[in-house]
Design a protein. Structure first.
Lengths: 159, 425
């Protein structure tokens, strides 16, 4: 039986994270992470050895902060021409649970609008969440874009 | 400033569209010119299709584009490389849809014709129906002429084309320097970022030899690195240069002290690579080996632009594939050392991810600028693209080539002169 209480807690956390990213509350988003946390957008969706392969993004804490700083600086022209994103998280499933961690898989439909062109990026996302004082912290977030093995266009925001 | 040029389908007056100091905007947007380019340039010269490390083993393959043609680069059972047209000899279906990988053979999905790794037709269903019609040896996958230099594979449709090494000419010296960035290990492709932008392929071709945009477009990248690294990338007022290497090729030296990675191994280790140096030393590598890897890890201090579709761009191969007159696919191919310590290759991967690809801190801003060039180039009825920066400040390089300041448009002028030569031949 699925633990519906846990599932609801996880959904609430991930929906809040999605809302933070869509509404550009990046400082709060950075606080959702453990210091050792890893944010990954792999190229091959089957890849599991992220550190030894090329990814679209492989961010430890420092790179996450730099990515946010770049978005907030106004210095990057590509980040200035994308309207805010809208993302819908769904299809939540608890893959594993221990005393310390919850592993979750869900789907994401993200739409962006750049220069008036609406584009959609569907993705499977897995989270490894650390249980910390009744809250969750992200230890790993892996975003497997549906078209990651093909070609992308510029992504001037955080998936 | 403006003048109308009467563009007739396919055959345009290319002489009048390429001036020594400017090119006509229609070169970005005229679909007939684009189709003519695929015939006269991409069907007619050496086109980069891969690096030998992408097909390391028996059965390895990768796919690539030569203009409008899909090709397969494969390695057969005798370890020989082949470049094959990706179309079944029967009814033209592609026989390979993967980016790269390993296979025993190529099978047409339509009627099951099977080809071996060298392209030979091995099996057809219902062979009795072909008895007296043809012999299988007459219908291998079409094999293209190819030659390699330092592991870079170039192919051509033109059987009587000059040898690759003659075509590369003055660029060979720079390829020799570029491949030193394996840090003492043979160069190896580690993966690639692929993205498309809505613009003409020549906008990308120009960009590899355009230092002028760097501090503007890549301000956010420079802000994201430490002060020492930011200083290295502050090269517009430095001692670099751009050199016309002939045949449309050019080199843009941004960081002269990083031209030869075998030299100056005693130089102080940059702060950002100290941790890597410590890790490599702790693994038991000698001081010389550590210094060689640290010096190579960030890549070479130059961009070598090879006409028409590849650049050895500081630390990676930048490959362009025209999709249509106003769409281009770019591959940023990450490279490292074959058999090199994982810490070295990991650092190269992380540096590549930092700047390159659709989520890097550099590429999306390039793509934004290119998209706006394409969009803006449609405005006006006969406007021009200026290529005259630094044209009155030229010198002769030690190799006897035309040379301009690092921010000059010398490399673009070189590429467009080759374009004109090929389009008017």
């Amino acid at each position: 039986m699925t633990d519906l209480n846990l599932l609801n807690q996880v959904r609430a956390f991930i929906d809040t994270e999605a809302d933070m990213l869509d509404f550009e509350q990046y400082a709060e988003w950075l606080d959702l992470w453990t210091p050792e946390g890893t944010y990954v957008v792999p190229i091959d969706p089957k890849e599991t050895d992220f550190s030894n392969t090329l990814n679209y993004a492989y961010d430890k804490e420092e790179m996450r902060k730099l990515r946010v700083a770049r978005l907030e600086s106004g210095e990057a022209v590509s980040t200035q021409t994308t309207d805010k994103t809208v993302r819908q998280m769904g299809r939540f499933r608890i893959l594993d649970e221990s005393d310390t961690h919850v592993d979750v898989r869900c789907s994401m439909y993200l739409s962006e609008c750049r220069h008036g062109n609406l584009k959609t990026y569907p993705a499977d996302i897995t989270y490894k969440l650390l249980k910390a004082d009744g809250e969750f912290r992200i230890e790993e977030k892996v975003i497997r874009l549906q078209n990651s093995n093909s070609y992308l266009s510029s992504i001037g925001y955080i998936l | 400033m403006t003048e109308m040029i009467d563009i007739k389908p396919v055959v345009a007056d290319y002489d009048s569209m390429i001036k020594p100091d400017k090119v006509h905007s229609d070169l970005y947007s005229n679909a007939d010119i684009y189709e003519d380019e695929l015939d006269k340039i991409f069907n007619n010269t050496w086109v980069w299709v891969g690096h030998e490390s992408e097909v390391p083993d028996v059965g390895s393959y990768k796919t690539a584009m030569i203009g409008r043609h899909s090709v397969i680069v494969s390695r057969d059972r005798k370890k020989n490389i082949h470049v094959l047209l990706n179309r079944c000899r029967h009814r033209a279906a592609t026989v390979c849809e993967g980016k790269r990988g390993k296979t025993k053979s190529f099978m047409c999905p339509y009627h099951g014709w099977g080809y071996s790794l060298d392209g030979a037709l091995r099996a057809v269903p219902k062979p009795e129906e072909y008895e007296g019609v043809f012999d299988k040896s007459e219908y291998p996958l079409v094999s293209l002429r190819f030659e390699t230099y330092q592991g870079l594979i170039f192919a051509t449709f033109k059987e009587d084309l000059e040898p690759l090494e003659d075509f590369l000419g003055g660029a060979k010296k720079w390829i020799d320097l570029f491949v030193k960035q394996g840090g003492g290990y043979p160069l190896k492709v580690l993966g690639d970022h692929r993205f498309r932008f809505p613009g003409n392929w020549k906008i990308q071709l120009e960009n590899t030899t355009d230092a002028y945009h760097f501090p503007i477009v890549h301000k956010s990248f420079v802000s994201s690195v430490d002060d020492q690294t930011a200083e290295v990338f502050d090269f517009l007022d430095g001692e670099g240069h751009v050199e016309d290497l002939g045949n449309g090729h050019s080199v843009m030296v941004m960081i002269p002290e990083l031209v030869d990675l075998d030299k100056d191994l005693e130089a102080p280790i940059p702060e950002r690579f100290q941790e890597l140096a410590d890790e490599l030393a702790a693994e038991g590598h000698s001081d010389l080996e550590v210094r060689r890897m640290v010096r190579a890890v960030g890549g070479s201090g130059f961009n070598l632009n090879l006409f028409p579709n590849v650049a050895c761009s500081m630390a990676f191969f930048r490959v362009l594939a025209p999709i249509s007159v106003n769409e281009t696919e770019i591959h940023h191919v990450a490279i490292g050392g074959e058999g090199a310590p994982s810490a070295f290759n990991q650092m190269r991967l992380r540096l590549h991810e930092h700047f390159q690809g659709p989520m890097g801190f550099g590429t999306p801003d390039d793509a934004e600028a290119w998209e706006r060039v394409q969009k803006g180039s449609h405005a006006g009825t006969g406007e021009w693209i200026l290529l005259n920066r630094g044209q009155e400040n030229l010198t002769t390089s030690p190799d006897g080539n035309i040379s301009g300041a690092v921010c000059s448009e010398t490399g673009m002028r070189a590429a467009y002169q080759q374009w004109k030569k090929m389009m008017t031949a």
